[in-house]
Design a protein around this ligand. Structure first.
Ligand code: ACO
Length: 427
């Protein structure tokens, strides 16, 4: 009997089956041979929320949640955050290797070439109400790009895919900045391609008649935050991009689905919730009572815990360092003191230790974004800008993967058996 296999005995029939085990998995379709009768559909697995199902093979991002490890294409996140630029990381994720100097220069020029959006986009944005949520604007406009670039539907052409991926990476900051300006009734600032990717975004967002003074430390801090968010393997929004993209729709539509998924408070919206929690606590002296309430089941400590990380989220460690640099420039955010004390108390508490609850990426990021001048509803837009290369890398990988087909989960039907139609007067 081959060692790399699983022997299954079906106690309903007494029959035994042997199923290969490869890469720590069994193929769900191998279970279909397990039947109680010839006309039986065959055994399925039931896995709501994909708690234990690998939906793809991927060479992009590696996470070891128990040991707090995150790597993009094999490179530790700590080294990328310290030494790489965001466009370098985007190239790494999307192309597969770190660029040479010449490749990076060409890549940077190509991205800069595509930063402008059709002027109709500005009219499109003007149609949103003054209080429209920036994530709603971002997902609407990114989806609308498919109507500006109908050639994007030729997803079988590698050169065409490349062009659309660059367009998305290049135009996302422009659209995000325009959404920011629209919320404030400020005129749009168009891309300045003498500036680098981050400086250009900051300029389009904050420039007011030459009064905005660019701050290199804050710009590098923002760049590090975007790098830390650039990919996180098969999370909710990436799975949305892959599932929608598996229908072979254009990438603008697939990525707008990812933005929609990220918009949800269980995914990209948690950093907002951390700020609301710190406001609610209000003062260090209220922390013990707050922790007691959490332990008693009265809510959660936001920014703590993670489905995958069961030790300190490596991104949270790096973000803490970024926070020090940012607050040295902007002055201390009084909420930071509460956050630090909250973390200290929680990490010493048996309740959190037993459940392996540590600060996640969202615990400190909101405080930093706030210090940089972004309003809370804009935090998730910044997350989306960071995640764009990851979505685009995963979309391409999905399309090139011969194992992939249109995503189509099965179900266990729990409804009524067949019954005859009842005329309305008899119901
Ligand atoms: N505060 C207090 N208790 C918690 C917390 C928390 N933040 N997170 C989990 N727990 C407890 C649960 O009550 C549960 O306790 P029990 O075993 O006594 O019932 C146990 O820890 C396990 O919790 P689960 O909900 O099973 O953990 P899961 O992996 O499903 O949840 C999640 C992960 C959603 C991130 C959770 O930890 C949470 O709600 N955290 C707060 C929200 C947050 O910060 N989200 C951002 C995640 S990072 C990101 O998406 C970018």
């Amino acid at each position: 009997m081959p060692q790399d296999s699983l022997t299954i005995t079906d106690n309903r029939t007494g029959r035994t089956y042997e199923v290969p085990v490869a890469e720590g998995t069994v193929r769900a379709t191998d279970l279909r041979q397990i039947k109680v009768a010839d006309d039986d559909f065959g055994l399925m697995t039931y896995d709501p929320a994909f708690m234990n199902t690998a939906a793809c093979r991927s060479a992009i991002t590696y996470i070891d949640g128990d040991r707090g490890i995150l790597r993009y294409r094999g490179y530790p996140i700590e080294q990328l955050a310290e030494r790489a630029s965001f466009l370098e990381v985007a190239y790494l994720l999307m192309v597969g290797e770190l660029p040479t100097r010449q490749q990076l220069d060409t890549w940077t020029d190509t991205v800069k070439y595509h930063t402008y959006v059709h002027t109709n986009i500005t009219k499109f944005l003007e149609g949103f109400r003054y209080d429209a949520h920036p994530m709603g604007m971002l997902l609407g406009v990114v989806g609308a790009l498919s109507t500006f670039y109908p050639d994007a539907k030729h997803i079988d052409d590698p050169a065409n895919r490349e062009l659309q991926r660059v367009r998305l990476l290049a135009k996302a900051p422009t659209i995000a900045a325009f959404a920011f300006r629209h919320s404030r009734g400020l005129p749009f600032v168009f891309p300045d391609n003498d500036l680098d990717y981050i400086a250009n975004f900051v300029n389009m967002t904050f420039s007011i008649g030459g009064r905005h003074k660019p701050n290199k430390v804050l710009q590098r801090a923002l760049e590090i935050l975007l790098i830390l968010h650039a990919d996180h393997e098969q999370n909710c929004s990436t799975s949305a991009v892959r599932a929608v993209g598996s229908s072979h729709v254009d990438p603008f539509s697939a990525v707008s689905a990812g933005i929609a998924a990220l918009y949800g408070p269980l995914h990209g919206g948690a950093n907002e919730a951390v700020l609301a929690m710190l406001d609610e606590i209000g003062d260090k002296k209220n922390i013990p009572a707050f922790i007691k309430e959490v332990k008693g089941g009265g809510g959660r400590l936001m920014g703590f815990g993670h489905r995958v990380y069961k030790s300190y989220d490596p991104r949270a460690k790096l973000i803490k360092k970024v926070a020090d640099d940012v607050f040295a420039q902007t002055g201390l955010n009084p909420k930071l003191e509460i956050a630090l004390e909250l973390e200290r108390i929680a990490l010493e508490d048996e309740y959190f230790a037993k459940r392996k609850l540590y600060p996640n990426v969202d615990f400190y990021s909101g405080l930093i974004y706030q210090a940089m001048g972004y309003p809370t509803e804009y935090f998730t837009v910044l997350f989306a800008l960071g995640r764009m290369p990851g979505w685009l890398a995963q979309w391409e990988e999905m399309l090139l993967d011969k194992d992939q087909k249109i995503a189509r989960p099965r179900q266990i039907y729990t409804g009524k058996d067949e019954r005859p139609f009842v005329p309305i007067e008899k119901r």
